[in-house]
Design a protein around this ligand. Structure first.
Ligand SMILES: *Cc1c(COP(=O)(O)O)cnc(C)c1O
Length: 500
């Protein structure tokens, strides 16, 4: 069965998987979705004895039907190797009453490594398959974690350049360090004066800027994106919903076909959307619990059916979730409306013009059946870090703490005792300063000393990726105004961008 990808906003735009991966965003501004996804099923029995890479290959081959088995083999093998410091790639840990899916064992210590380790290979293969001779320039706005994971994944890949834009002052100390010390001849990093939404908006605009398009043509370059909108990121994330389920069966924590919940700390709605697709493929899921921080636009949406960005943007201690416009939600709306592209287009126009939209009753009812949502304040997030440490001597980062707090609220409000997996999206080392604040161990210490101290106290090894950046010199130091982003892109195209 061939799977085709169409725009969420236009049924006439249809592409093969490899074409959609290359383009990132569809020409009409919509997102690519697997149009006949309902035909895709994965029977749990068929993956029970398989390891991560084998399950990954199986799932990717169901969605990326224009790739050969050999090609997918190559991509998976190169993506999930010893870059991940766990044999299972993403292990499930049983911590007290919680099942924690640790998604942060990749190089940059966040869950985005799972998708961004494989995207460069998928892109390279897509380029070859479609006989693309041009160079590719990848533009990526990041709230902190995507940027580093994408830079690491694409560094020194032939024929591809990558530029990352992060909100200056809006990322954690470690995230900033990670990006500023990024090596690779083809990497470009910019702090921008604005928040993540500003950065994402300007990048989206550049994709539709005619002046830049013409210039690119002359420079024999095409644009692509490593942002959450690329299906080459979305689909690989489905894998760990299945592997974690299988792991619970193996460890006799659930019976085969028993339904479970997943709690996902959510920002741009890419992680949890993969969970939705897993459920559609037949994974026994009871509820997908969407956990927000104080930018609780999604919590409001799931509870009222109204999505409104007419509110203040709040800087929180879980910065990778500081987002008001959750791009991937558009895909969920497409799925829940049974692919009604005209309707999605209308909603997105409302969002653009009035900063909000309200979904119809039918969609709201479907949302209620599948999703549950709440949010965690800063105080509650810090408290949940502290409790986890006191009760289980286990460290969680601020994003995971949001999920744990929301899960506890869910338990209290619904009395639902269904087995539940909490997705842990970052290593505690990555947000060490906030953890320090939660535990109030010592306030004067610098980042590096804190890391060493925590490593000692909790007897966890400092991850390889972190060791490297602590002593490395800064390579990228540019901070620019939002309206200078285009100028910098011209410079990259002219090979004039210098690292200062
Ligand atoms: C990106 C990120 C999130 C949010 O995930 P989305 O897919 O954007 O919903 C949560 N936690 C961490 C650590 C992240 O890096």
């Amino acid at each position: 069965m061939t799977i085709t990808y169409e725009s969420t906003r236009n049924k006439n735009i249809r592409n093969k998987a490899s074409e959609a991966i290359l383009k990132g965003l569809s020409d009409d501004g919509g997102l690519y979705v697997p149009e006949n996804y309902k035909t895709i099923n994965l029977e749990i029995s068929s993956i029970l004895d398989l390891n991560y890479n084998e399950i990954a290959k199986k799932i990717l081959s169901l969605f990326f039907t224009d790739f050969t088995e050999e090609e997918l083999n190559y991509a998976v093998k190169n993506a999930y190797d010893d870059k991940f410091d766990s044999e299972d790639v993403v292990p499930v840990e049983n911590i007290g009453n919680y099942e924690i899916l640790e998604l942060y064992h990749g190089k940059t210590l966040a869950f985005k490594d799972v998708a961004l380790s494989i995207l460069p290979y998928l892109m390279k293969l897509s380029k070859e398959k479609n006989n693309i001779e041009e160079d590719i320039l990848i533009l990526t706005a990041t709230s902190g974690d995507t940027g580093k994971a994408a830079l690491e994944g694409f560094k020194d890949i032939e024929g591809i350049d990558i530029a990352v834009f992060y909100p200056d002052g809006g990322v954690s100390k470690i995230q900033e360090l990670q990006m500023k010390t990024q090596e690779g001849k083809n990497t470009h990093v910019f702090g921008v004066k604005g928040n993540f939404d500003d950065a994402q908006n300007i990048v989206k605009k550049i994709f539709n800027n005619n002046e830049i398009k013409e210039y690119l043509l002359r420079k024999n370059t095409i644009l692509s994106s490593a942002n959450s909108i690329n299906i080459g990121r979305l689909i690989p994330q489905i894998v760990y919903y299945f592997t974690s389920y299988v792991s619970l069966i193996e460890n006799k924590r659930i019976k085969k076909y028993e339904k479970i919940n997943f709690v996902v700390p959510t920002g741009n709605f890419r992680n949890i959307l993969a969970g939705y697709l897993a459920k559609e493929m037949g994974l026994p899921v009871n509820k997908l619990i969407c956990a927000s921080n104080e930018n609780n636009v999604l919590t409001e949406f799931f509870n009222t059916g109204e999505y409104s960005i007419n509110r203040k943007f709040i800087k929180t201690i879980s910065p990778s979730m500081d987002i008001l416009i959750s791009s991937n939600l558009e895909r969920l709306l497409y799925f829940l409306s049974d692919g009604n592209t005209e309707y999605i287009k209308e909603l997105m126009e409302n969002l653009k013009e009035n900063g909000k939209y309200v979904v119809n009753k039918k969609i709201k009812n479907k949302m209620d059946q599948i999703f549950w949502s709440d949010y965690s304040t800063e105080q509650e997030t810090l408290k949940s870090i502290k409790e986890m440490k006191n009760e289980n001597n286990y460290l969680i980062d601020t994003h995971t703490a949001v999920a744990v707090d929301v899960y506890n609220k869910y338990r209290k409000k619904t009395k639902d005792l269904t087995k539940t997996i909490i997705l842990s999206t970052a290593s505690p080392f990555k947000f060490i300063e906030s953890i320090n604040k939660a535990l109030k161990i010592e306030t004067k210490k610098e980042c590096k000393d804190l890391i060493l101290e925590f490593s000692k106290e909790f007897q966890i090894k400092v991850p390889e990726g972190l060791n490297q950046i602590l002593d490395n010199p800064y390579i990228h130091n540019k901070v620019i105004e939002i309206d200078k982003v285009e100028e910098e892109i011209f410079k990259i195209l002219d090979n004039e961008e210098e690292n200062v």
